[in-house]
Design a protein around this ligand. Structure first.
Ligand code: ATP
Ligand code: MG
Length: 455
């Protein structure tokens, strides 16, 4: 990491060229930053070039530029321009304006979708403007006041995310200390930390995310308000927090992220029951949560599929178990009923913190429900279970439970073997289990066939 940047910019050398860029930007020319256009997606380059041809300014900005300088492979490229969303739409046929709080344009280029945003301005001069609405807590409900490249840089979250690159002339522009901070592996918020966290508390989570993902140190003034203002997160709608949770846990650094979220007292505003079990729960509950993040990180490294349903299922499992124990002992419910009741309670509490879209909620509940079916393998049940679309996830979940110290009577090993052996051996394994026990589904009465003399 940073090798290229360090090679090119010997610290004793002057980093910036003498020429001043637009709006007083510091200009770093191609020979001093080492970004290669061949590392940038064709779509991004073409979109910038088309915006230039149409007479607008346009730059690559944000994570794309940051990761190019870090020699990471950017996963996406964001573009900033002085064209308004409507003007962007006139330049590209495949453009769609999205978002209300923060309007952006999605431009489709082949299979790529590139985010194009209009330069933002602060809200000082626009307090009565409907494009700059604030909540009673000072959180920006709408952030659509447009400005120029300098004001845009001032509205970005961290200095390392506020570097602008023009692939046509190879110039990198900066207005603060982004490049120095990248070299020093420092995360520094742009502007006054208290104000910036207050107007958008999601930046608290972004600080944690970048510190975990990049392994950067959070500079003291950026760091100290995080713990203190973690409660600002309760002002953020559950749907937006869900989007952030995805980025926090599905980017390959879930374990480091979880540790930092706890350290900065933020976990309680995302997953209160998980936070409680990490602080005060039993060892196996803590293991369950940390094994889930470790496994997710490993799977991402191996390019395997990961789903938020699995992470959610694991994070909420300790609360599920506690609630099930209570339902069975005090309410005298059956295991099945206890699970249903527990799931209702646990899910409804979680939904008031982070939303969980149905497409993840349903599989999460299926993973839980299958935990009760996995021990019941007699007769034709085992083979039928393997046909269940959620079997694989449920089996992985069972292994996680076993790995974390939950007593499952060797069930994980049994299922592992069952999937590896021949059909004949499978039959033997099932036979060894003996006759089916436990609740059986009541047989449906066959519908009476209409008799010949029926009318
Ligand atoms: P990633 O690699 O995870 O995509 P990123 O920095 O590109 O990281 P995005 O969420 O794609 O993150 O945002 C793109 C850019 O938009 C950021 O780099 C930052 O400049 C700006 N940005 C995003 N969210 C905020 C925010 N809440 N406040 C201020 N600026 C933001
Ligand atoms: Mg990005």
């Amino acid at each position: 990491m940073l090798k290229r940047l360090l090679q090119l910019t010997n610290l004793s050398e002057k980093l910036f060229d003498t020429a001043e860029g637009p709006h007083g930007a510091k200009v770093i020319s191609a020979k001093n930053h080492g970004i290669r256009n061949s590392d940038i997606s064709n779509g991004a380059i073409k979109i910038i070039s088309q915006l230039h041809t149409a007479g607008y300014e346009a730059y690559l900005v944000g994570g794309g530029v940051r990761d190019l300088l870090l020699e990471g492979k950017p996963k996406d490229f964001d573009i900033a321009t002085d064209a308004t969303p409507e003007q962007i739409k006139t330049v590209f046929r495949n453009a769609r304006i999205i978002g209300r709080r923060f309007r952006i344009v999605h431009v489709r280029f082949g299979r790529e979708v590139i985010e194009v945003t209009t330069f933002r301005d602060s809200h000082k001069e626009a307090e009565n403007n409907q494009e700059a609405e604030q909540s009673e807590h000072g959180v920006l409900l709408r952030d659509n006041v447009y400005g120029n490249i300098r004001t845009d840089a001032e509205r970005r979250d961290f200095t390392i995310n506020a570097l602008y690159y023009n692939p046509e002339n190879g110039e990198l522009l900066e207005f603060s200390s982004g490049l120095e901070d990248l070299k020093a592996r420092t995360l520094r918020i742009v502007g006054d930390p208290d104000k910036r966290y207050k107007e958008d508390p999601v930046r608290l989570l972004r600080a944690i995310r970048f510190a975990a993902k990049l392994g950067f140190t959070i500079e003291p003034a950026t760091e100290s308000p995080i713990k203190e203002h973690a409660d600002y997160l309760s002002h953020i709608p559950a749907a937006r927090l869900f989007e952030e949770v995805l980025k926090l846990f599905m980017s390959g650094s879930a374990t480091a992220t979880l540790n930092l979220l706890r350290e900065y007292h933020c976990l309680q505003y995302l997953f209160p029951s998980t936070d409680f079990c990490m602080e005060k729960g039993r060892e196996q509950d803590r293991n369950m949560v940390s094994s889930a993040t470790t496994n997710t990180d490993i799977r991402i490294r191996q390019n395997k599929k990961v789903t938020p349903a699995f992470i959610y299922a694991a994070f909420l499992w300790p609360a599920m178990r506690a609630s099930m124990r209570h339902q069975m002992k005090d309410q005298k419910l059956s295991t099945q009923e206890a699970m249903q009741r527990a799931a209702q309670g646990v899910v409804s509490q979680q939904l008031s913190y982070t939303a969980i879209p149905k497409r993840f909620l349903v599989p999460m509940r299926e993973i839980w429900a299958l935990q009760l079916r996995l021990p019941r393998r007699q007769g034709k049940r085992a083979r039928a279970l393997m046909e269940h679309p959620r079997f694989r996830a449920a089996y992985d979940f069972l292994l996680l439970r076993e790995q974390s110290g939950e007593k499952v009577d060797g069930l994980g090993d049994w299922w592992t073997r069952f999937q590896q052996v021949t059909e004949d051996e499978q039959t033997k394994m099932v036979d060894e289990l003996g006759k089916p026990t436990g609740p059986r589904r009541p047989r449906r009465k066959p519908k009476p066939k209409p008799s010949a003399d029926a009318e």
